[in-house]
Design a protein around this ligand. Structure first.
Ligand SMILES: [Zn+2]
Length: 249
């Protein structure tokens, strides 16, 4: 970011304060905020009259080690609670990886990117533009999500509660006794539903506008059927039964 990256700290520091020339003009937004934050931190630093040197703060001896970096990253990025990741063998690998990232809140939503320091002009939901682009909103609260969840409720004719996290979804499937026969089907349906919301959301940002909202439920029925039956030799559902109610057999 600085124009002269080889300058010493002493060259950047004058008697009147910090004197750093930046490569680009920092006008506004997240970058400006970060710069102010940085300057506030720098103002608190007390200097010693010595040669510039690197110091690693996350070990005990001031020296960098992979182990200390790793434990710092784990400590600051991994969720504190023990979330169990499940691998659903009837869903494609890409959907499983997506669900895993959703569970750990590691999807590159605008909100998450912004939280990691990526400067963005807009952090609102790409679908409704009314609420910040957070996973709890996109997959559970956005109008597009509410609509799909409601359609699945009617399609399966079961009471599906309103969730706010994927963890809640998996907990609900696990504790619901009546689902023993179609637990796997529900996992496939819900995994497909979430995947379809994510791909639609991405299409609204990066696509050519050809993915229409009224295609979502049709895609959900098709994808979930194809994935479930093609990966499951014991699948005892045909397409007509699936369309009627995938949780009945
Ligand atoms: Zn939305």
């Amino acid at each position: 970011m600085a124009a002269n990256q080889r300058a010493t700290v002493a060259e950047y520091r004058s008697v009147t304060g910090w004197n750093i020339a930046w490569r680009g003009v920092i006008r506004s937004g997240a970058l400006q905020e970060q710069l102010e934050h940085l300057q506030a931190q720098l103002d608190m630093v007390i200097f010693q009259d010595s040669v510039d040197a690197w110091h690693w703060n996350f070990g005990t001896d001031g020296l960098f080690s992979v182990k200390s970096a790793r434990s710092h990253i784990d400590l600051t990025t991994l969720p504190a609670n023990n979330i169990t990741v499940r691998w659903l063998k009837f869903l494609p690998r890409k959907v499983n990886v997506f669900l895993w990232r959703l569970l750990l809140n590691r999807l590159p939503t605008r909100w998450n990117l912004n939280a990691r320091g990526v400067p963005l002009d807009n952090i609102m939901c790409a679908v409704c533009a009314a609420v910040p682009d957070q996973v709890s909103h996109l997959f559970f609260g956005c109008s597009i999500a509410m609509d799909l969840w409601e359609k699945v409720r009617r399609w399966c004719q079961i009471h599906i509660p309103i969730f706010s996290t994927l963890e809640e979804v998996w907990d609900w499937i696990d504790v619901h006794q009546g689902f023993s026969n179609h637990k796997v089907v529900l996992e496939v349906l819900i995994g497909s539903l979430l995947w379809i919301i994510w791909t639609y959301r991405n299409a609204t940002i990066f696509g050519d506008g050809s993915y229409r909202r009224d295609m979502l439920f049709d895609n959900l029925t098709k994808f979930s059927f194809n994935w479930y039956t093609s990966r499951n030799r014991k699948a005892n559902r045909n397409w007509n039964q699936w369309l009627m109610n995938p949780t009945m057999n």
